[in-house]
Write a protein that binds this ligand. Structure first.
Ligand code: PEP
Ligand code: MG
Length: 925
């Protein structure tokens, strides 16, 4: 028996259905599904993707295809009561591609197929419109010439030869627009096009409709392998062997007079998600006229009162509702009305904003009871939560700004959301402007811990250097600030207090706007509105009952918590950040970077004294000043976390980060410490490093200056005892950074345990505490079984682990990584989305080896990847206990963790197993 290659669809029935996307392509499957639902679809047939693959492998069509195509063609003829190639009543066809997933504009289409010098007269008879018939004919010849006969321009510079002939004709006729050419002129054009084809190809234009049909089918299959399509597939990880189907379908015309129209219709509002039909149409027009935007379409609701075709309105409403209900999701549909008869040309799942995505899924699950909450959870993209959690621009205003050429540059989108404010160049100015009530955007080459207060005072941060884990990116995110980093083309002149980009100069006090979701930097002010969720949860300026968005958010979060297995912890350094984290649902602190506490008020002086001390006694003295301050910080954190784990990391950054770098500040410090400027300068210089990120930092500091670790452990545990005394539960976890060798950890652990005993002796009671380490050096991951002999927990510091595994500096990567991503050398920025095939392997190894030594080893991640949905899914798969991320990303992580658990559950049910071809759409190595 020959295989079935051709699948008919037509009045009320089809050979295929909506589940057959792999075989029929997305378009073919949905057309078939609509027919099965009794929706009017112009009859046609789909040639399967298997034929495409056969064609590429064997260089010919499979046996039996021709017969099946002819049978399907006759079936359409019978249904439409027209004949292909008939002089009186010709059937005209469209031939289109249709892959499993939409590849917009990548492959070819031929319309009006079947026209020739004879059938065109049949079309005139059918329509009584000679101009229309010759207009369709000349379009067909040009399209056929371009697509099937290969006369399409290859580059943007080349002119389409048919366009050239058309322009010459318009000139000769004194016409400005195509529409001004009359039937005679169009007829002449057909002849001229054909002459040109003969001249260029050496062969006459094929008049025989069947030759045209096979030519077009072949061209569509060939277009699967054109350069555009190949590049698109590569970019989107679409396997080459998926192939395209070919859809051959009866032509219907929306441009045959005022009883005709063409339009698009959405079953729900794509911007807000509201369950209300939304659409547009144009009378007497073709689909491309709607897309081209030459004429302004009318609102769908107006169709109702149209005298000639108003009757199609109710039919369309019914169809839209039927499809929405059938697919249980918002549909994006295309329709054509030909001489008062409605035809549906396409339906697909509609693209939507984050607001719409959440609202639609929520309403389908809760109000309409059409999907389960599991389905609702899987229907939304966790990253789209950013739209609900961050300030947003007024969309129209932003569009206008871009149109006016106010887009200055695109940097890395490190902290999502919208911010608009006046530009300042120093942290101190940011605080000053803020005091005056201004909204500010801090612009720096890069930020450092010194800038923290200025960052806090700003609504947005823009840097010219640094990548996704630069200081600005990770601290900005932690504070919930809008942040664009690595905008390398801006030239900042701190002295002149301005920055320049492509000839535009932005001075201090000027307004700019940042879109942290896209990385766009725009000149001028663009109105923003705050997130309602934040207004309810964080600032408490709105009550839950006032915000529908909040209620939807809350529902999703509760559902997510029911399904997720991963714990969700937060990276938070200060009590207010911890409070935000709790409000967003954090279950612990996975990383408190203690260094961020040293910049408040006079603490920095004590810190500098400690660093610059040239003997132990002086250092001790300085540390004695720091101890009560740190202790107070930790008390604040413990109280806020109220019995949840608080993981506190001992000092990590290179010491020079705490020191002043310009002469004025160094002189001031010299005076304060009563040391000569020359001496201060000499000591600071001696701390300078070529590669500070790979230098004197992390555990190496604790080894060289054990008294620092000693002070910090004392502060951590004394604070814990103080809090416990107030009958508040505490769970401190002491974390040693950048460990690569067992002895490093051992020395710090012994020191910490000695201090712990002293503290407990002093207080007369003990608190439970843990000592663990970050795994952020490949060597630590490799010897994880040995490290786990000492460490009671691991936390993957994937910022450093990525840097050290890939040999890519996290501070300098912003210069070239965007290019790598653009050229698809790598799929994502590895500092944003974990490199699962490289860094991920080390993590898997460390988890397995670590737990082989200590079965109850608690393992988490606290690098910036902890808030990235793809990474969260990976962390679930490798069985981490928790992910830790900045407070504003906690809801995203909660949702991503639930999705990971649900996907795992689905994979255990056979019908949900992804077919092997689709598995290929994964990360390249
Ligand atoms: C890390 O390296 O992933 C980490 C969390 O530490 P930091 O970013 O502070 O180096
Ligand atoms: Mg680190």
């Amino acid at each position: 028996m020959t295989m079935k290659y051709v699948f008919h669809f037509g009045s009320d029935s089809a050979d295929g259905n909506g589940t057959m996307k792999n075989l029929l392509g997305g378009k073919g499957a949905n057309l078939a599904e609509m027919c099965n639902l009794g929706i009017p679809v112009p009859p046609g047939f789909t040639i399967s993707t298997e034929v495409c693959n056969h064609y590429y492998l064997q260089k010919e069509y499979p046996l039996g295809l021709e017969k099946q195509v002819m049978e399907a063609l006759h079936k359409i003829e019978a249904e439409m009561k027209k004949k292909f190639g008939d002089q009186e009543n010709p059937l005209l066809l469209s031939v289109r591609s249709g892959a499993r997933v939409s590849m917009p504009g990548m492959m070819d289409t031929v319309l009006n197929l079947g026209l020739n010098d004879k059938t065109v007269h049949g079309l005139i008879k059918q329509t009584n419109d000679k101009r229309f018939a010759f207009d369709s004919y000349r379009r067909f010849v040009a399209m056929y010439g371009d697509v099937v006969l290969g006369l399409k321009p290859e580059s943007e510079e080349e002119i389409d030869p048919f366009e050239e002939l058309l322009d010459a004709k318009k000139k000769a006729c004194g016409a400005k627009f195509d529409t001004e050419l009359n039937a005679e002129a169009l007829k002449e054009l057909v002849t001229e096009f054909k002459e040109f084809i003969k001249h260029r190809t050496g062969k006459p234009f094929p008049e025989e409709p069947l030759d045209q049909l096979w030519g077009a089918i072949g061209a569509v299959f060939k277009s699967w392998d054109n350069e555009r399509a190949k590049v698109y597939r590569k970019l989107n990880y679409i396997p080459d062997d998926w192939g395209t189907a070919v859809n051959v379908q009866t032509m219907v015309f929306g441009n045959m007079g005022n009883e005709c129209a063409t339009g698009v219709l959405f079953s729900r509002n794509a911007a807000t998600g509201e369950k209300k039909l939304y659409g547009e149409y144009l009378i007497n027009a073709q689909g491309e006229d709607v897309v081209a935007g030459v004429r302004t379409p009318e609102e769908f609701q107006n169709l109702k009162s149209n005298e000639l075709i108003g009757h199609c309105y109710d039919e369309l409403v019914e169809i839209a509702e039927k499809l929405d209900l059938h697919y249980r999701d918002m549909q994006d549909m295309e329709f054509t009305i030909q001489k008062g008869k409605l035809w549906m040309l396409q339906t697909r799942t509609g693209k939507r904003t984050g607001f719409a995505a959440f609202r639609i899924a929520y309403e389908l699950a809760v109000k309409e009871n059409l999907i389960t909450k599991e389905e609702a959870l899987l229907r939304v993209d966790p990253n789209q939560l950013n739209q609900l959690l961050r300030p947003i621009f007024n969309i129209e205003e932003k569009k206008k700004a871009i149109k006016e050429g106010r887009l200055l540059i695109k940097g890395l989108n490190a902290g999502p959301g919208a911010a608009t404010g006046r530009v300042v160049f120093t942290a101190a100015d940011a605080e000053e402007y803020k005091k005056k009530g201004d909204s500010v955007i801090l612009v720096r080459h890069e930020t450092s811990p010194e800038d923290i207060k200025g960052m806090e005072a700003s609504v947005g941060i823009l840097t010219s250097r640094g990548g996704m884990t630069s200081h600005a990116a990770l601290v900005g995110r932690q504070m919930g600030k809008v942040c664009v980093v690595g905008a390398s083309e801006i030239q900042i002149d701190y002295k002149k207090r301005q920055f320049a980009i492509n000839g535009t100069v932005i001075k201090e006090g000027d307004w700019i706007s940042l879109d942290g979701t896209t990385g766009e930097v725009i000149e001028g002010l663009i109105e923003t509105s705050p997130s309602e969720v934040v207004e309810v949860v964080i600032s408490k300026t709105m009550s839950p009952g006032e915000s529908e968005t909040y209620q939807i958010y809350e529902n999703f979060m509760n559902w997510a918590d029911e399904y997720r297995r991963l714990g969700i912890w937060a990276n938070a350094d200060l009590p207010d950040q911890a409070a935000n984290a709790i409000a967003f649902g954090a279950e612990g602190i996975g990383l408190c970077r203690t260094e961020h506490m040293f910049f408040n008020g006079s603490r920095i002086n004590a810190m500098r004294e400690m660093i610059l001390a040239d003997n132990k006694t002086d250092r001790h003295e300085a540390l004695e000043k720091l101890l009560p301050m740190q202790k107070a910080d930790f008390i604040g954190l413990y109280k806020t976390m109220n019995g949840l784990s608080v993981t506190i990391r001992t000092l990590d950054p290179p010491l020079h980060e705490f020191l002043p770098h310009n002469e004025v500040e160094q002189k001031a410090l010299a005076e304060k410490l009563n040391i000569s400027y020359e001496e201060i300068h000499r000591r600071i210089e001696s701390l300078r490093e070529f590669n500070p990120m790979l230098g004197y930092r992390g555990v190496r500091l604790g080894i060289s200056y054990p008294e620092i670790t000693e002070m910090q452990v004392r502060a951590i545990l004394e604070a814990a005892c103080e809090v416990k005394k107030e009958s508040i539960d505490v769970k401190p976890e002491i974390m040693i950074p950048l460990v690569g060798r067992i002895n490093e950890l051992k020395m710090q652990e012994e020191l910490a345990r000695t201090v712990a005993n002293e503290v407990f002796e002093k207080y007369g009671f003990e608190v439970d505490y843990k000592i663990g380490t970050m795994i952020e050096i490949p060597r630590a991951a490799i010897i994880a079984d040995k490290i786990a002999k000492i460490a009671e927990f691991f936390s993957f510091g994937t910022n450093d682990l990525t840097q050290t595994t890939l040999g890519i500096s996290r501070d300098d990567a912003g210069r070239f990584l965007p290019l790598y991503v653009e050229q698809r050398i790598i799929p994502d920025d590895p500092f944003q989305t974990l490199d699962q095939t490289g860094v991920g392997k080390l993590m898997e190894w460390a988890v397995e080896r670590g737990r082989s030594t200590r079965s109850d080893l608690k393992i988490g991640i606290c690098g910036e990847h902890g808030g990235d949905p793809k990474t969260v899914e990976f962390c679930h798969r490798i069985n981490l206990d928790y992910v830790s991320c900045s407070p504003f990303r906690i809801p995203i992580a909660r949702l991503a963790a639930a999705q990971a658990a649900l996907k795992e559950k689905q994979m255990q049910i056979p019908q949900f197993r992804i077919p092997s071809a689709e598995v290929a759409v994964s990360q390249p190595s």
